[in-house]
Design a protein around this ligand. Structure first.
Ligand SMILES: Nc1nc2c(c(=O)[nH]1)N[C@H]1C(S)=C(S)[C@@H](COP(=O)(O)OP(=O)(O)OC[C@H]3O[C@@H](n4cnc5c(=O)[nH]c(N)nc54)[C@H](O)[C@@H]3O)O[C@H]1N2
Ligand SMILES: Nc1nc2c(c(=O)[nH]1)N[C@H]1C(S)=C(S)[C@@H](COP(=O)(O)OP(=O)(O)OC[C@H]3O[C@@H](n4cnc5c(=O)[nH]c(N)nc54)[C@H](O)[C@@H]3O)O[C@H]1N2
Ligand code: SF4
Ligand SMILES: [Mo]
Length: 739
């Protein structure tokens, strides 16, 4: 008998609800779940690929141990025994800092990982914590943290009520949104334009998003800081500053005015390639629109001035009165786990960064993390007065050999480790360096609840989905694996009672939150375990929760499970001052750390332009960073790892459509197929990341058929935004010749 299951897609930030039809152990079909209160039936080709992922013969189903250079399948107990034998002596001899941890993108989509990883890190006692955040959104987290008091308090466009959307460095038509959970961006943007709204896209390439917007302006890669300063300057210069309701809650307006005084659009035009008159017009349009929003994403973060860009985007929103206003940039109120719904409303501890520096480069820590581009040097550099060398690595759902700049250097460094453990579902470019690989589950065998993305959602909601299939007998859930590793590191051995450990941990959490009521709360959580118990606790004690009976109409996990397609919690509502967690209880518009970087902007503006072509990245609909090229439904069709070149540049460089080009930077070189495209700004070429599946030792048979070029083999791991530690992934000078 075919069965129908509701399942939230874990593959990107849109978090679509899917309907999976199955019979026995077979997936019959996957489509968008019409009953989903949030995504309303939307699906993209990646959602469909969950079937291929579930069935992929290359997906790991048993632990692997490397013996004499060859991976052999092992039982879970053998794998933990090997970890115990190899890892514990290293920690005993050199301390926790000798073990680095690196977390990849999927860990943000899996509660099993996200909520248990901190316990492992604590058990190891390491400060060498790295993640994909410093390849992605760390600049935005930093600016939001400094301005609003918590690093996940990031405002999102209220697209359903917006009249004017100014978008920089984002391509949601393909990416389906980031730090903005917005399934069916296409439909929503179309509806916005049909209402008379206007969308302006700033991007070096006329992207899919730009093509269906009202206006596209090509910007010089890396030039956003100049444009944004020009816009803020214009607001002051032309008397367009209107904070409205926020005036009462904002510090630092004058400091910002002074800081931008030196950046009239007439001066910044050369740096961004957008003329002064256009900059002034954009500022006026933004100020004049009743309901407007500026949104900047990945392309604005992966630059030298990523933190300043991220800050200036919200400065524009505040100064035009569009922050925290309907149709503007608003703060979602998540049903569970959001720090800006916890503690005393209206103020808090704020954020601290730079409390220590990385050992080799002295890069400041940001929210407890070090830049992932510092990982290789920490492995390569021997013990010194500033600390110990990294001798072991635990990689969880991460593929930095392909995802991080200078992947080849990192790969060599990994070979020098004394021990490496990967928690991964593939033997791929990174996990091939491991000594032990512990597999996760197929997404269809796992439950799903988003901890992070409801904090960035275009509309408030609460949804949960259970596993579609039972997991194979003997295979632990990933949170169990992580708890067992933590126990092992703590010296409790590998045969601990995971359920008892989990009980003890939740009892401690509940004690903190409920004090005298802890016993009653624990009783109410009943027989639940693992992530489900965490979710129930967070929901019931959260802003819409039933408060364990005090508000019987409130939410609980049971209630959400019973609601097919989730529970809608309505459009976004103004939340200032309640959501602020700054010590002053006000928006800090002029954080000193950020203002301190402005002199470097002036220097960059006066520097001579870079010679040669500039390389930028791009995403493809049928791709998900580095790890989905092994799925037939996504891999089929035209070659996707191509270098887009403007025909005029191609003619000058002697390149032809379909021909091959040799790309070279100061870091690396490689060959790639050329695809002519008038969408590119002349002088700029575009290459997707996540390719390069021709490295020996990986087991990705489908992906290896069309490996593509690893863009990150060309990028310099020394190039960072010094404030956030984020890698520079865009606007890199590259030499191009026909091959
Ligand atoms: N040049 C360039 N580089 C970039 C970017 C760019 O735009 N340009 N983008 C950057 C961005 S935004 C990001 S987020 C990073 C991503 O960087 P990473 O997070 O390192 O890379 P992913 O490709 O997402 O790899 C995810 C890994 O998780 C594994 N995995 C998938 N599902 C599971 C699971 O359920 N459990 C476990 N244990 N493992 C799983 C996969 O097999 C894979 O090894 O890449 C960055 N790199
Ligand atoms: N199909 C698909 N979807 C994905 C992913 C995927 O790999 N494939 N990855 C997911 C992940 S991890 C993330 S973080 C999100 C990212 O999602 P988005 O933030 O939407 O990022 P991109 O799609 O990479 O779009 C970034 C844009 O910035 C532009 N850009 C490059 N340099 C500059 C610059 O200097 N200035 C400006 N203004 N623009 C610039 C690029 O041309 C590109 O159009 O996507 C997610 N969704
Ligand atoms: S848009 Fe993202 S969440 Fe939705 S189906 Fe596609 S991959 Fe899954
Ligand atoms: Mo990302």
């Amino acid at each position: 008998m075919p069965q129908s299951h509701y399942r939230i897609c874990p593959l990107c930030e849109a978090c679509c609800g899917l309907e999976v039809r199955s019979e026995g152990k077979q997936v019959l079909s996957i489509r968008g779940a019409e009953q989903d209160v949030f995504s309303r039936g939307f699906i993209c080709p990646k959602g469909v690929s969950l079937k291929d992922l579930h069935e992929d013969p290359d997906r790991l189903r048993a632990p692997l141990i490397k013996r004499d250079g060859v991976f052999v399948e092992a039982s879970w107990d053998e794998a933990f025994a090997e970890i115990e034998r190899r890892l514990l002596p290293l920690i005993a001899a050199h301390g926790g800092d000798a073990v680095a941890t690196v977390f990849g993108n999927p860990s943000a989509h899996k509660i099993s990982l996200l909520s248990y990883i901190p316990r492992l890190v604590k058990a190891i006692g390491t400060r060498n914590i790295f993640s994909a955040s410093t390849l992605d959104q760390m600049p935005k987290q930093l600016s939001a943290g400094l301005m609003f008091g918590h690093w996940l308090s990031i405002p999102v466009p209220d697209i359903e009520r917006c009249d004017y959307l100014l978008m920089l460095g984002a391509n949601p038509m393909v990416s389906n949104g980031s730090l903005w959970t917005v399934p069916d961006y296409r439909g929503k943007s179309k509806a916005m334009r049909e209402r008379g709204g206007r969308i302006v896209v700033i991007d070096p390439r006329r992207t899919e998003t730009a093509a269906q917007a009202d206006e596209h302006l090509a910007i010089r890669p890396g030039g956003d800081v100049f444009l944004l300063l020009g816009l803020v300057h214009t607001l002051f210069d032309e008397g367009l500053v209107r904070l409205g309701r926020l005036a009462e809650w904002t510090n630092g307006v004058e400091a910002v005015q002074q800081a931008v005084a030196a950046y009239p659009p007439e001066r910044t035009a050369a740096g961004c390639g957008i003329d002064a008159a256009t900059q002034r017009r954009l500022a006026r349009e933004l100020a004049a629109a009743p309901r407007a929003c500026v949104y900047g994403r990945l392309g604005t973060c992966t630059q030298r001035f990523g933190s300043l860009n991220s800050w200036l985007v919200d400065v524009l929103n505040v100064l035009t009165g569009h922050l925290d206003a309907a149709g503007g940039a608003m703060f979602p109120k998540a049903a569970a786990f959001a720090a800006n719904t916890l503690g005393k409303p209206g103020s808090g501890k704020g954020v601290a960064t730079g409390r220590r520096a990385s050992r080799v480069s002295g890069a400041p820590e940001v929210f407890g993390e070090l830049p992932i581009t510092c990982l290789a040097e920490e492995i390569e550099t021997a013990d010194g007065p500033d600390g110990v060398q990294v001798r072991a690595l635990i990689a969880i759902a991460a593929n930095p050999v392909l995802s991080a700049p200078n992947g080849p250097r990192l790969a060599r460094a990994l070979e020098g480790l004394d021990f490496m453990l990967s928690l991964d579902i593939y033997l791929n470019e990174t996990s091939r360096h491991a000594d032990v690989i512990l597999p996760g589950l197929s997404p269809l065998e796992d439950l799903h609840f988003d901890m992070a993305f409801p904090q960035f959602s275009f509309r408030n909601h609460a949804r949960f989905s259970g596993p579609v299939f039972e997991r194979p007998a003997g295979t632990p859930e990933e949170w169990e694996t992580i708890l067992r590793l933590a126990a092992l590191v703590e010296g409790r051995g590998r045969h601990v009672d995971i359920a008892a450990l989990d009980d003890a941990a939740i009892a401690a959490d509940v004690q903190k939150f409920a004090g005298e009521q802890a016993g009653a709360v624990l009783a109410a959580l009943g027989e639940q375990r693992g992530p489900e118990r965490l979710i129930d606790l967070a929901l019931r004690s959260g802003p819409y929760g039933d408060r364990f009976g005090l508000k019987p109409e409130g939410l609980s996990l049971t209630k959400i499970k019973a609601a097919d397609g989730g529970i809608d919690l309505g459009p976004l509502q103004p939340r200032i001052p309640e959501m602020l967690r700054t010590p002053t209880g006000r928006i800090e518009l002029a954080p000193p750390l950020l203002l301190g970087d402005l002199p470097q902007v002036a220097a960059a503006l006066d520097a001579p332009p870079v010679e040669g072509m500039l390389l930028i990245g791009r995403r493809d609909m049928r791709s998900g960073n580095s790890w989905m090229h092994n799925l037939p439904v996504l891999a089929k069709g035209p070659e996707r790892c191509t270098l887009l070149v403007h025909p005029a540049d191609a003619a000058r460089l002697g390149l032809s459509d379909g021909g091959r080009a040799r790309l070279a930077t100061t870091t690396g070189a490689g060959l790639v197929r050329v695809e002519l495209s008038e969408t590119l700004m002349p002088g700029v070429v575009s290459l997707p990341h996540g390719w390069g599946h021709d490295l020996p030792g990986a087991r990705l048979r489908q992906a290896a058929e069309r490996p593509g070029l690893n863009m990150n083999a060309l990028l310099d791991d020394g190039a960072r935004d010094p404030l956030s530690g984020n890698a520079v992934l865009s606007g890199v000078a590259v030499q191009i010749a026909p091959a």
